[in-house]
Design a protein around this ligand. Structure first.
Ligand code: ASP
Ligand code: MG
Length: 454
């Protein structure tokens, strides 16, 4: 397909949090004539409130408080727009839906109702943002993504059907983008029966990438509240700086290892379709941002540091492992049986250490299910440790560059390292430290590896 340039721009919750934020974002859209499609999140804080309702609140005063907060957030924006009456009607309809669903959730909270409820955040924000752009004198149209973002029915973490999305986007969405700026929802979709689904918290980056892939976009912009991807969290290492350009592989490692700026799945469609991704701040677009691309000009040995707290490490020790075969297979079949997902793993002759994947969004350390613990104990000695953090050094060719590990380990001399993973990827070296040490470890490593003046 030949086409003119096509940018998909995604704005996160803080970029559509209030009228002022929406205006900044709308200006970014209209200042770039290539931006034909806009994907947005719910206004900041809204999804959390909807999740609270979806969990089932029996206290009716809290329920009413949330409903009125939701009304206020959206009404305070439309106050500044034209077409207030029509918008107010859309908002009222959705808030009524929310109230009905919240009632159902307080009787019996299900994942299906939860998805219907939380999807209202994006349904609301898109109504309003469409009007904000239109008020700036541009043709703008809202598009309900659900009929084309078709997913399976795993509510709360639905998996989109990429091929169906692509086919439906070409007939239903692409033509609209030639006539007007189209504003649509991130995060939400629908299953084969037409029930609303969601792609998981933070999923609108992923939606935007899937949609960019489906319409054959040349660029995907992710607008957020920081001017790009930083060398590490600047709240921890104050001298952290934004990275102007980073490769897909490095950025994927960063996302996987806990850098919060991109949802870990976001880059997959962009990589598949070779779409460069720009990450910038909607409040300060003039500050630039980070380009994530296939090819970059510089591939420094050390690029960034990431941190993930609340790790659970399980150590399995057995003398039977000595020169035996099949031990790991047995361990993993038990873990599979109890659906325990493993993140990192290191082995020695008689022991295996592994960390458990943090799959839920609670932020708590994952637990080894008691039944799995018991069954593993019939095979080996099981030790579970928590209060650990995972630190990853992201870079290039670390395994092939002499002296790179010495640099890292010199800095870490005074810390207790619980587990080290190195070698499976050329782009990272990671290890566990005590959670209490983690910030200082990041500060020290940042100083020694990423601050050239030191
Ligand atoms: N609004 C959803 C959330 O807060 C999706 C997103 O913002 O990416 O998780
Ligand atoms: Mg987000």
């Amino acid at each position: 397909m030949t086409q003119s340039r096509f940018t998909v721009a995604k704005f996160g919750g803080t970029s559509v949090a209030n009228f002022e934020a929406m205006q900044h974002s709308a200006k970014i859209v209209i200042n770039n004539p290539d931006t034909k499609l806009v994907v947005i999140s719910a206004c900041s804080g809204v999804t959390n409130l909807l999740v609270e309702l979806a969990n089932g609140i029996t206290d009716s005063s809290r329920k009413n408080e949330i409903l009125s907060t939701l009304r206020d957030i959206h009404y305070s924006i439309i106050e500044h727009t034209s077409n207030k009456t029509a918008l107010a009607a859309e908002i009222n309809t959705l808030i009524d839906d929310i109230a009905t669903l919240a009632e159902q959730a307080s009787l019996s909270s299900t994942a299906k109702i939860t998805d219907q409820l939380v999807s209202c955040g994006e349904l609301l924000s898109t109504h309003i943002f469409t009007q904000v752009i239109a008020d700036m004198g541009h043709r703008c149209q809202r598009f309900d993504i659900r009929p084309i973002m078709r997913t399976d029915n795993q509510y709360g973490k639905a998996v989109p059907d990429v091929a169906v999305l692509k086919a439906l986007a070409l007939t239903h969405l692409f033509p609209l983008c030639q006539e007007a700026i189209v504003v649509t929802q991130g995060f939400i979709g629908s299953d084969d029966e037409g029930n609303t689904t969601t792609l998981g918290r933070g999923g609108s980056d992923y939606s935007a990438a899937l949609i960019a892939e489906a319409v054959n976009a040349n660029t995907l912009e992710i607008w957020t509240d920081v001017p790009g991807i930083y060398t590490t969290d600047p709240r921890i290492a104050t001298r952290a700086t934004p990275i102007p350009e980073i490769s897909f592989s490095e950025a994927s490692e960063m996302a996987n290892f806990g850098a919060k700026i991109l949802h870990p799945s976001t880059l997959i469609p962009a990589i598949r379709q070779h779409i460069p991704v720009f990450v910038g701040s909607s409040k300060a677009p003039q500050d630039g941002g980070t380009w994530v691309k296939e090819e970059v000009d510089s591939s420094p040995l050390f690029r960034a540091l990431t941190l993930r707290n609340n790790q659970t490490m399980v150590t399995l020790q057995s003398l039977n492992m000595y020169h035996a075969y099949g031990f790991l297979a047995e361990v993993f079949s038990i873990l599979a049986k109890y659906r325990v997902s493993v993140d990192l793993i290191t082995t020695s002759e008689v022991s295996v250490s592994l960390t458990l994947d943090t799959t839920d969004t609670s932020g708590k350390a994952p637990n080894l299910p008691a039944a799995a613990h018991e069954e593993l104990s019939t095979l080996c000695k099981v030790t579970v440790e928590q209060g650990l953090s995972l630190v990853a050094v992201i870079g290039n060719k670390m395994g092939q560059t002499k002296g790179s590990s010495r640099k890292i380990f010199n800095t870490l001399e005074d810390y207790n390292l619980r587990m080290i993973c190195y070698g499976a990827s050329q782009h990272n070296l990671c290890f566990l430290v005590k959670q209490d040490d983690a910030h200082q470890v990041i500060k020290d490593l940042h100083r020694d590896l990423l601050e050239p003046e030191y």
